[in-house]
Design a protein around this ligand. Sequence first.
Ligand SMILES: NC(=O)c1ccc[n+]([C@@H]2O[C@H](COP(=O)([O-])OP(=O)(O)OC[C@H]3O[C@@H](n4cnc5c(N)ncnc54)[C@H](O)[C@@H]3O)[C@@H](O)[C@H]2O)c1
Length: 254
Amino acid sequence: MAGRVQDKIMLITGGASGIGLATARTLMREGAHVIITDRNVAGGEAAAAELGGSTLFLGQDVTSEDRWVEVIAQITDRFGRLDGLVNNAGCGSLRNIEEETLEGWRLVHAVNTESVFLGCKHAVRSMKKTGGGSIVNVSSVAGLRGAPDLPAYCSSKGAVRMLTKSVALWCAQNRYNIRCNSIHPSFLATPMVQAMIDLSPDGEKMRRRLERTAALERIGTPEDAANMILFLLSDESGFVTGSEFTVDGGTTAR
Ligand SMILES: NC(=O)c1ccc[n+]([C@@H]2O[C@H](COP(=O)([O-])OP(=O)(O)OC[C@H]3O[C@@H](n4cnc5c(N)ncnc54)[C@H](O)[C@@H]3O)[C@@H](O)[C@H]2O)c1
């Protein structure tokens, strides 16, 4: 039986761990050819070896425009086209507005926002020549509502939400057959969230706090996000573009 993204060529940034790795696993299970990239080369190679099959790993710092051009060229040379892009690589900064530095602010925006701009720009230029595609930008609930200790992160993820809508409208207006959507997870069990727990003075208290932010009163799994991404990359979501999807256990419902 054919998978839900059978034979599609999918690029996932930040694929060495967390949501990116879970998405790679999910897309492969559903028949895709998966290319993962990450700036963590050892982690990316280990992830590709674990995933097996036709998985390709490429080292990529998503803040470099030159590298974006090279990565997409390598994929289209090898596979003929790019059908899907998941702009997933990201980083956080747990500093309130009084503590955040300009350097920290710029780094978070380079990794979380500029990379999504670069990925969308070069993927659209490529996909429009080969019949279209689907782009999923991984934002956050922090891109929908504020958090007092995450000014740079909230700002960077809020920008991803609106960038997504602009890209979607441009592609629709030009009949490129390219869709672009954002997803907004709350806390999911990945190394990024584990780091928040580990860095907190009382880890258990922090874990309980994170669990209680969701109406479902638990931390989600990376697979929860991967399943939403699978839907948005598949043809099942053909009439869905410029939209935002929470994967948050009801966090933003209240
Ligand atoms: N885990 C959560 O609870 C959660 C919630 C909302 C949004 N998100 C978002 O989901 C995405 C994935 O997060 P995760 O939790 O899986 O984190 P993670 O730390 O497990 O994975 C992030 C990956 O991105 C890579 N990366 C970081 N900077 C990079 C760069 N400049 N170039 C290339 N790769 C880079 C890291 O090496 C890592 O492999 C991020 O954009 C994050 O902001 C996560």
